[in-house]
Design a protein around this ligand. Structure first.
Ligand code: C2E
Ligand code: MG
Ligand code: MG
Ligand code: MG
Length: 291
């Protein structure tokens, strides 16, 4: 009987179906079409070196310009892209777009900066160094101006495999950052085996550094650990001058956060960087905030 009803069959069960699951299904269908419809775009958030006040990198952050929903944040569709396998194609689009943009900025005479790209678990498992080598060759970007960000959970999934892939990337000259550091469960013994350049301290720890002694202690330990392993330590999610002051005092190497800049469109980055190099705004802003 259910079969006879055909389409109605779906309606029969729909009320019992998890509404969320249904929404996910619709979204997955839209996501599938989004690449061909050119609905993805990148925003870029500057990373500041705390010693020099220079912008050293830009993190590429994907957004989805959905025709009805408006600008959709990556937290709402990256997990879905991962589940459905679409992340492979989306991730490669991100790499292409980010490297192309960074090359264009260099050709336009902006001060050279690295472009940081977030990798997802599945992407990391699928011959990522080959893909990256190809994208670099196609876009003409020097490998030392690309940085990849992976999380602890990606790295810890298969430690020997991770070391192998990271080594390939490092040999190519690509920079490697451990994102959201401190929220995962990598052991120190394992951490030291990964060829890395940067630890990005998770926003969760940065939030309360000026009010919570324990968070302050954690940041200090991560900076000491990072420096002991000859890594750069960057704090994410820096929102207040007090946090910046603290980070500077404990010799954290860099920062990224709304205090300095929100993620910007490509055009806004061009303007932002031209202003910076023109009048040294970064330096003055930087010294102002430390006073
Ligand atoms: P993430 O890599 O840890 O990126 C940092 C996130 O923190 C970004 O959110 C950024 O906009 C936000 N943020 C930066 N500064 C501040 C601040 O001062 N305060 C607060 N409250 N937030 C700040 P966004 O752009 O929504 O991205 C969320 C996550 O989505 C990223 O976290 C990353 O895990 C993932 N993601 C973004 N783009 C991509 C991508 O191209 N590929 C993959 N696989 N994942 C991506
Ligand atoms: Mg990141
Ligand atoms: Mg992060
Ligand atoms: Mg994150």
């Amino acid at each position: 009987r259910a079969k006879q009803q055909g389409k109605d069959n779906f309606q029969l069960y729909a009320p019992e179906m998890n509404k969320k699951a249904l929404e996910q299904l619709v979204l997955a269908n839209h996501l599938y079409k989004a690449l061909n419809r050119d609905e993805f775009l990148l925003h870029y958030q500057p990373q500041l070196n705390l010693k020099t006040g220079q912008i050293v990198a830009l993190e590429a952050l994907i957004r989805w310009q959905h025709p009805e929903l408006g600008l959709v944040s990556p937290n709402q569709f990256i997990p879905l892209a991962e589940e459905t396998g679409l992340i492979g194609a989306i991730g490669e689009w991100v790499l292409q777009a980010a490297c192309t943009q960074n090359r264009a900025w260099q050709l336009a005479g902006l001060p050279p900066m690295r472009i940081a790209v977030n990798l997802s678990a599945r992407q990391f498992q699928q011959k990522i160094s080959k893909t990256i080598a190809r994208v670099l060759a196609e876009t003409g970007l020097d490998p030392s101006y690309l940085e990849v960000e992976i999380t602890e959970s990606i790295a810890m999934h298969d430690v020997n495999f991770t070391i192998c892939v990271l080594q390939e990337l490092q040999d190519m000259g690509v920079y490697i950052a451990m994102d959201d550091f401190g929220t995962g469960y990598s052991s120190l013994a394992t951490l030291r085996r990964f060829p890395l350049h940067t630890l990005k301290v998770a926003r969760e720890f940065v939030n309360d550094i000026t009010t919570d002694q324990k968070d302050a202690a954690i940041i200090k330990s991560i900076v000491a650990l990072g420096h002991g392993l000859e890594l750069n330590v960057i704090a994410e999610g820096v929102e207040t001058p007090e946090q910046l002051k603290f980070l500077h005092a404990v010799k954290c190497d860099g920062m990224q956060g709304y205090l300095f800049s929100k993620p910007l469109s490509a055009n806004a980055v061009t303007q932002f960087c031209q202003q910076q190099s023109g009048s040294g705004i970064a330096q003055s802003l930087f010294s102002q905030k430390l006073e």
